[in-house]
Design a protein around this ligand. Structure first.
Ligand code: ADP
Length: 218
């Protein structure tokens, strides 16, 4: 309800300052920004529901996950640099999976964004990609950030859940629910290992490349 409360608050301020055109304009800009936030939130909530219900249309293609991770790490370089965070890569030259490129970029982007957001200045974030013994692709994001308390570990994947310690950071508490829903819609799985005060590692495992029809191999 927070964005709607803020939207209401800005409108209320505008109503009370009807003489001053600049204040009215500022209040309108605030209202528009809050409206955008609500729209993003609703879109994400709808995406999560669709992905969970199995009704999300995934545009699956053969894509190189290693190339995608490299590209996204470059995109986040500036944000990381601003906090003095070095993003280290440990990736194979290429690793192909059958997945929806746009959705996977959102998944990796969300995990990387969180890693940077919940890390202290001058720390390191590691992006790794490898094939496990059964040939499945495993992507991980490790940070040296605030970590996650034991009692929060199972709840962070819930919609709108935010651990107490992270409330000072921007966010809606929808990123990880989205990540989980999308990865599971790809028949994959997610999990996390974390130690409060030391850091967290988030994992996403994707099934073997099943071919462009997306069917499971026998
Ligand atoms: P948001 O970051 O918008 O709050 P998310 O759904 O992405 O929402 O994450 C849910 C919660 O999980 C966060 O509020 C935070 O408490 C915790 N969390 C997620 N990623 C990390 C991380 N890398 N380090 C520590 N805590 C994290």
């Amino acid at each position: 309800r927070t964005p709607l409360t803020r939207l209401h608050g800005s409108a209320e301020i505008a109503r009370q300052t009807s003489e001053d055109v600049q204040s009215l304009r500022d209040a309108l800009v605030d209202c528009m920004e809050e409206t955008e936030r609500v729209t993003t939130m609703l879109t994400t909530l709808m995406d999560i529901s669709e992905a969970q219900a199995g009704s999300m249309k995934l545009k699956k293609t053969e894509l190189d996950l290693a190339k995608m991770v490299r590209g996204l790490s470059e995109m986040y370089e500036l944000v990381a640099e601003e906090k003095g965070i070095a993003v280290q890569l440990d990736l194979p030259a290429s690793l192909e999976i059958n997945a929806d490129s746009v959705r996977l970029q959102q998944v990796i982007g969300n995990l990387l964004d969180n890693a940077i957001k919940y890390s202290p200045e001058n720390s390191e974030v590691f992006l790794r990609l490898f094939q496990d013994e059964s040939g499945e692709a495993v992507f991980s994001v490790q940070d040296q950030g605030i970590g996650i308390a034991k009692e929060d570990l199972s709840r962070i994947w819930d919609r709108l859940y935010r651990a107490d310690k992270s409330r000072t950071q921007r966010g809606l508490g929808l990123g990880l629910s989205f990540v989980r829903a999308i990865v599971e819609a790809h028949d994959g799985s997610v999990w996390v290992e974390s130690e409060p005060g030391k850091g967290s590692t988030f994992y996403a495992r994707f099934p073997k490349n099943h071919g462009t029809d997306g069917k499971r191999s026998p």
